[in-house]
Design a protein around this ligand. Structure first.
Ligand SMILES: *Cc1c(COP(=O)(O)O)cnc(C)c1O
Length: 422
């Protein structure tokens, strides 16, 4: 890298990535080959359109790589049609809505206060401005999606589409039940499956593909691939979905991103990936049990996915303050909404963790128990029984030391041969 300013930033980021332990729900560590493809000659290529019908010349290999990615996506998920061009997860959702809806249409989705993504009708997002969203949520007693409420709201608002899927709901989704409700009111069913599509690929949770009209996913979360979106649908909607991506919401696709998507969509079909997703879920269960043992209340009482969510109010902390304390010792966690306790999202009162990245590093249930103990020490009040909290400067330093040790024992690129790239 000949640019000294960039070289310094890059080196510092590499160190940060190696020294910290990432428990952010939507992050993973991509293999060097993914980053090699992102930096490949495909980065230069303009290829508006689709294989065999491009608006640019010189697209023979672009056609080949996109066809490979599409065929792999279809085979992996058992889908009739796949579109690998969305530049992001939000872009995939925008295109799904564009394929199925008109401005002003009624849409029923998980409310943001209960775990819906911004694209589920936030006023700050295109979705809230262009569609008429109603929000369903979870039950107060067990934290699980209230399907009776979904059905009642669907009957009342007669939505053109129902959206299922969330950024923080840690449980499997009852797709057939959503399908039945959508059929009853004549609505499309959209799966907002960005968080979990990788677990679906590995067979660790229920696939939305047989039930949903359009499935929106990303390749950078559990799949461990390049940042970017993915759409799956039935043949009947293929033309509408493709036109909704290009030319309706995007111009030229990022062919380098598509090449890297092809790589991970191929790898995800191998038995090793199914094993990885099973270990990712087992790790989330172990992490959740450890946090519960440290006195945190888990939302929904547990997890079926890579996500663990907990209520930080019992600790006397906001989600933001919990994030800050953890970051100070090298642990990256996120904050999230706690249903029925509305506070501004910038503070929040829940914490959200994901185990995709630590599982990629090779950690197992034993390390999850250790991480939960360290998290508990950082988050618990210092005056908790036995004064075991680590909020004091000394305790925090000791925790930071143990985090660094763990990070070194499970290096980010250990499992990978060549690490000269990026
Ligand atoms: C991560 C996520 C998104 C956003 O993906 P981006 O690539 O950041 O745009 C959208 N919806 C859900 C449910 C997600 O989990």
């Amino acid at each position: 890298m000949s640019d000294p300013a960039l070289a310094a930033i890059l080196a510092a980021e590499r160190t940060r990535r190696a020294d910290q332990i990432g428990l952010l729900a939507g992050e993973n560590h991509s293999a060097p080959e993914v980053r090699e493809l992102l930096g490949s000659v495909f980065a230069d290529k303009y290829a508006e359109g689709y294989p065999g019908r491009r608006h640019h010349t010189g697209c023979e290999q672009a056609d080949a790589v996109e066809t490979l990615a599409v065929e792999r996506a279809k085979a992996l998920f058992g889908a009739e049609h796949a579109n690998v061009q969305p530049l992001s997860g939000t872009g995939a959702v925008l295109a799904a809505y564009a394929a199925l809806l008109r401005p002003g249409d009624a849409v029923l989705a998980m409310s943001l206060a209960h775990g819906g993504h911004l694209s589920n009708g936030s006023a700050a997002n295109f979705s809230g401005r262009w569609f008429d969203f109603s929000g369903y949520g979870v039950r107060e007693d067990d934290g699980l999606i209230d399907l009776d409420q979904v059905r009642d709201l669907a009957r009342a608002v007669r939505p053109k589409a129902i959206v299922a899927g969330s950024i923080s709901y840690p449980r499997d989704v009852d797709w057939p039940a959503f399908r039945a409700i959508a059929d009853e009111v004549g609505a499309y069913l959209v799966a907002a499956a960005a968080q979990t599509i990788g677990l679906v690929a590995g067979g660790a949770i229920t696939s939305p593909v047989p039930c949903a009209d359009v499935v929106c996913g990303v390749t950078h979360k559990v799949l461990g691939g390049p940042r970017g979106g993915l759409l799956l649908c039935r043949d009947e909607l293929a033309e509408r979905v493709d036109r909704a991506v290009f030319p309706f919401t995007q111009g030229g696709p990022a062919m380098n991103q598509i090449a890297a998507k092809a790589l991970v969509l191929g790898r995800a079909a191998e038995p090793e990936f199914a094993d990885y997703t099973a270990r990712t879920v087992a790790n989330a269960r172990a992490l959740g049990e450890g946090l519960a043992a440290s006195g945190l209340r888990l939302l929904t009482g547990g997890t079926d996915t890579h996500l663990v969510t907990a209520d930080a109010r019992g600790l006397g902390l906001s989600g933001r303050e919990a994030e800050r304390r953890c970051e100070a010792v090298g642990l990256l966690i996120g904050r999230c909404a706690v249903p029925f306790h509305e506070v501004p999202p910038a503070e929040a009162c829940g914490i959200r963790l994901g185990t995709a990245a630590v599982t990629t590093r090779g950690m197992g249930p034993e390390q999850m128990t250790e991480l939960a103990e360290l998290l508990g020490r950082v988050l618990r009040p210092a005056d908790a029984k036995g004064a075991k909290g680590a909020r004091g400067a000394d305790g925090a330093e000791e925790v930071a030391e143990r985090v660094r040790g763990l990070a070194q024992r499970y290096p980010v690129d250990a499992a990978v041969r060549e690490s000269s790239v990026n």
